[in-house]
Design a protein around this ligand. Structure first.
Ligand code: 0O2
Length: 266
């Protein structure tokens, strides 16, 4: 067998993880900039450790020289959602994209694993472009709720601690916890609309405040200081009242003032 140059071999996987984390984070920003609820709460990624690749190859009887074909989660992306419904929305977002091609799907939510593990897994083909040219590789995307992630993280640490031989009484506890997580996710789904409404209006307000502050900063460059201080005081006064409509009206006034200065500058 040829010598495996791990660093070079894994480099495109690092690139894939970096790019995909950036792309999914951008989806979050797009939703939030529109003042909309994002089905993705957070995203992170990792490249599997060389020791774990070697271990998985030996467990699955895969020759080390074939590790890229046999191990499909060398590059792994984990997407965390607030609600179970969001998971399916994220799957559809991935399905619609032309830069990610789903080649395998595993729904461990409808049918959880015997351990109690729940998550939705996608294997995608993803192409990266390096100095050596284009390379299409497999990436595993795990999509799960915050609650499912909490359970999987704890169970994973216990698997590690007990070297995959978790004692029966702990296994039973984990199984009870998994059942509780199902109930928790169902309960959260039942109040999803109310929670989403609250988060939407929070986001819309946050965007409006950002808009106002940007407007004030732009005015700072052209208006006189006394006027700006008056505008700023007025903003703080309205902000304290928490009156959203008043803030919107105030922002429109700032737009008109800014327009006036722009016209003068012409
Ligand atoms: P690690 O340490 O997280 O990387 P396959 O080729 O599909 O038959 P594979 O890759 O084992 O074999 O597929 P599967 O079952 O979809 O599992 C992929 C990953 O899902 C695992 O990677 C875990 O990250 C996670 N996973 C699966 N089952 C469990 C479970 O019971 N508990 C927890 N906590 N995570 C699980 P690795 O390489 O096994 O582990």
């Amino acid at each position: 067998m040829e010598i495996l140059l791990w660093r070079e071999l894994l480099d495109p996987y690092r690139m894939a993880v970096d790019e995909l984390v950036l792309k999914f984070n951008h989806i979050i920003s797009e939703y939030r900039n529109e003042g909309e609820y994002s089905p993705i709460e957070q995203v992170n990624g990792r490249v599997k450790k060389i020791s774990s690749i070697i271990e998985k190859c030996s467990k699955k009887n895969i020759s080390l020289s074939d590790f890229e074909e046999g191990i499909l989660d060398i590059a792994g992306i984990r997407i965390i959602c607030q609600f179970v419904e969001d998971i399916y929305k994220v799957v559809e977002i991935v399905r619609q994209r032309s830069d990610m091609r789903i080649v395998r799907e595993k729904d461990f939510i409808t049918r959880s694993k015997d351990s109690g593990y729940r998550s939705y897994h996608l294997i995608i083909d993803y192409t990266v472009h390096t100095l050596k040219g284009a390379k299409t590789l497999k990436v595993e995307i795990q999509i799960r709720t915050l609650a499912m992630n909490f359970w999987a993280t704890i169970e994973h640490s216990l698997q590690y601690k007990y070297k995959k031989n978790i004692p029966e009484h702990i296994r039973q506890r984990l199984s009870n916890a998994a059942a509780a997580i199902v109930v928790l996710d169902e309960e959260m789904s039942a109040v999803r609309d109310v929670i989403m409404d609250a988060q939407d209006s929070f986001q819309v307000k946050a965007n409006l405040v950002t808009d106002i502050l940007n407007n004030m900063q732009n005015l700072y460059k052209v208006a006189n200081k006394r006027e700006i201080i008056k505008i700023q005081d007025e903003f703080y006064r309205i902000y304290k009242t928490g009156d959203f409509e008043e803030l919107e009206r105030f922002n429109k006034e700032l737009d008109i003032i800014a327009e006036g200065y722009r016209a003068q500058g012409l």
